[in-house]
Ligand binder design. Structure first.
Ligand code: ADP
Ligand code: MG
Length: 320
């Protein structure tokens, strides 16, 4: 099958939205933005063996490729509109392509996200690069740089579960219900779009957690020219993570494990009530885990005592 047949067969679907004036099939797509809205563009590539294990199903690869980009749109409080797909394939195997496309459209369809173009080539390993163009009301987008001293630091969901799930997948596990839950969290990230869009007026800064909570919160604080203190006793605990990995490793994964695609964000303390209302409205737990400080650097505390944490700091978490 040549690339034109691949594009026709797997990636040409009628647009769901009248904003797509010209989609797949020409030299470029023509899109009509809603008047008065600003555009938000994100792109992220997944490389076989680097961003996911080679054993991950084609359907999950397609799903994740869209979901990780939706998560960036969520971190900006944007609304996803259109996507393009740049695909490097080793063999162009029909069964793989069929499943990959199914996963891709599974992730996109609930958001009315249309595939409007792309590029298809062959190469030495599979690389899936998705670009999403979203939109946002003027002045309503979130950034990493808006955190102020005294703001509360929050995280959505249960960070660490996806990294636990990756370890489960890599070890060929997945038998228990806890292992299955963790693996599912790696395979099917849930971008926090609804929460972010609704909560944006209460949020001062946001980042999505792709590299690990500690590392990504550090980026937010650096961009805000601030520091922070994290209360490890307040970190949301995943029962599945604790069951499979034990307490210390669960804590290490919650701080340092990547691939969660939860949101980490900051807000003035007086926004706490409004944030909880939005969170329960979309059935998403959010947890206050720390405070923004004027002093630079991100410091971890437990029971009032500072605990050294580096991303390789697992042994520092021995229980007192
Ligand atoms: P060109 O040579 O002009 O760049 P291509 O042959 O690469 O055009 O692509 C033909 C059409 O198919 C274009 O509209 C392009 O956007 C679209 N396309 C190519 N690959 C993909 C893909 N993987 N997914 C969606 N659309 C694609
Ligand atoms: Mg062309």
């Amino acid at each position: 099958m040549d690339e034109f047949e691949i594009i026709r067969r797997y990636f040409t679907r009628a647009a769901s939205d009248a904003s797509v004036l010209l989609g797949v099939g020409d030299d470029g797509a023509v899109l009509r933005p809603d008047p008065g809205r600003c555009l938000v563009c994100v792109v992220d590539a997944l490389v076989d063996g680097v961003h996911y294990p080679g054993s991950l199903s084609a359907r999950d690869v397609g799903y994740r490729a869209v979901a990780v980009n939706l998560s960036d749109i969520a971190a900006m409080a944007g609304r996803p509109r259109w996507m393009t797909l740049s695909l490097t394939l080793v063999s162009g195997e029909p069964v793989w392509l069929e499943d990959f496309a199914a996963g891709l459209f599974d992730a996109a369809a609930p958001h009315g996200l249309d595939l409007v173009g792309g590029d298809t080539t062959s190469g030495p390993r599979t690389v899936v690069s998705v670009q999403i163009i979203g939109d946002v009301e003027p002045e309503r987008w979130l950034t990493r740089s808006g955190a102020g001293t005294g703001d509360d630091i929050y995280v959505t969901g249960l960070p660490g579960e996806a990294a636990g799930g990756l370890a489960v997948l890599q070890s060929g596990g997945g038998g228990s219900s806890a292992e299955t839950r963790l693996a599912q969290r790696f395979r099917r990230p849930e971008p926090r779009l609804e929460f972010a869009e609704a909560a944006a007026p209460s949020i001062s800064a946001a980042i999505d957690v792709s590299d690990g909570l500690y590392a990504d919160l550090g980026k937010l604080l650096a961009a805000s020219d601030a520091g922070g203190s994290l209360d490890l006793g307040e970190l949301p605990r995943s029962p599945a993570l604790q069951e499979v990995f034990g307490e210390d490793e669960a804590l290490r994964l919650a701080l340092a494990g990547g691939d969660d695609y939860e949101l980490c964000f900051t807000a003035r303390p007086e926004e706490a009530g409004a944030l909880q209302v939005v969170a329960s409205g979309v059935d998403l737990p959010i947890t206050r885990i720390g405070t923004v400080t004027a002093e630079k650097g991100l410091h971890c505390f437990r029971d009032g005592e500072e605990i050294e944490f580096g991303n390789s700091g697992y042994t520092h978490f021995a229980q007192a």
